[in-house]
Ligand binder design. Structure first.
Ligand SMILES: NC(=O)c1ccc[n+]([C@@H]2O[C@H](COP(=O)([O-])OP(=O)(O)OC[C@H]3O[C@@H](n4cnc5c(N)ncnc54)[C@H](O)[C@@H]3O)[C@@H](O)[C@H]2O)c1
Length: 310
């Protein structure tokens, strides 16, 4: 039996996810979007790439959720981009409504699936999906840390002129400018980063990582990054479906870990056939604890708006 993966939102991130899933032959893919014809057209186009690339998966597009029935994993990328005149809170409420309605439909047809959230503001949207689905916490997670640490690893490898494969970077916290790169534990084949890069340069790399998304938006002008984000979401899906048990930084529902209660925040987790199989807790320095608490507070601010207005 092949696995079945649904990707909701057939825009830049969603379509790119579908292509990556097909390349890796992780399962049959259903692409869902509200815009009529777009998921069907993109799906057919991707299907026709199969003979060239040599993948044997079915890729279909839909505007409704019946074809998504019994999906093993559902990746949610549906959402609106911020429009001129729209406040951060307006965007929060708009995407909350999108994620809420998408989750209701997804859950109706795939009550046993794993939910991987991508829509921003990421940590708050995980909370929306968690509340709406009533799924256990091992089945709801968000993609941000894999991307943030990939960006960090890229810049470190570039700086040292070494393979990206040798760079391990630990990033925690919420997605966005309050993310917490744990420089102390990042290394190149076991050699601490702090021994390889001088502090000022390292601080500049951390800063560039924090603003990694904005740097790309500035170039693109309309739209935001999607190649690395979609590959990051697919790494999570792969770890679940192949039970690889990769330890990845993901947004997970915390119940007291790191002193954080009832929020989704990025922490290292083990991803396997049971979704989030373990949340790793380790000793942070006081400075790191402070940064993580600040990051969690910014997630809490958004969630409290959802609790009152949503
Ligand atoms: N977590 C991360 O690290 C990360 C990285 C990149 C992008 N993102 C976020 O991912 C989301 C998607 O980004 P994108 O670049 O693909 O945007 P996009 O505008 O290209 O695509 C979004 C798609 O969602 C669809 N959509 C809107 N409402 C829908 C609904 N109710 N049901 C189904 N589909 C619906 C739209 O029609 C559109 O095709 C954004 O919220 C973006 O901020 C997150």
């Amino acid at each position: 039996m092949r696995n079945k993966i649904t990707v909701v939102g057939g825009g830049n991130v969603g379509a790119s996810c579908a292509v990556n899933l097909a390349y890796k032959e992780l399962g049959d893919v259903v692409l869902v979007d509200v815009v009529e014809g777009v998921p069907q057209g993109k799906g057919l186009d991707m299907l026709q790439m199969g003979p060239v690339e040599g993948y044997d998966v079915r890729i279909t597009g839909a505007n409704d959720y019946e074809p998504t029935a019994n999906s093993d994993v559902v990746v949610i990328t549906a959402g609106l981009a911020r429009k001129p005149g729209m406040s951060r809170d307006d965007l929060l409420m708009a995407n909350h409504q999108v994620v809420k309605s998408v989750t209701e439909q997804v859950v109706k047809y795939s009550p046993n699936c794993f939910l991987v959230l991508v829509t921003n503001p990421l940590d708050a949207m995980c909370w929306t999906a968690f509340q709406t689905s009533s799924f256990p916490k091992n089945r709801v997670m968000g993609m941000a840390g894999v991307l943030d640490s990939a960006r960090f690893r890229t810049f470190i490898a570039q700086e040292l002129d070494v393979s990206v494969e040798n760079v391990t970077a630990v990033v925690m916290g919420g997605h966005g400018d309050t993310m917490v790169p744990i420089v102390r534990l990042s290394n190149v084949s076991g050699i601490p980063l702090t021994e390889l890069i001088e502090p000022a340069k390292l601080a500049a790399i951390v800063d560039r990582t924090r603003n990694g998304g904005a740097e790309i938006v500035k170039y693109l002008k309309t739209g935001s990054a999607y190649y690395a984000p979609s590959a990051s979401a697919v790494e999570m899906v792969e770890s679940i479906l192949k039970d690889k048990k990769k330890v990845l930084p993901c947004a997970a529902y915390l119940e007291g870990e790191y002193g954080i209660q009832g929020l989704f925040v990025g922490v290292p987790v083990k991803l396997g056939a049971n979704g989030i199989e373990k949340i790793y807790q380790f000793q942070l320095t006081d400075e790191e604890k402070g940064m993580l608490a600040k990051s969690a507070a910014s997630v809490e601010e958004l969630v409290s708006i959802l609790k009152t207005k949503g």
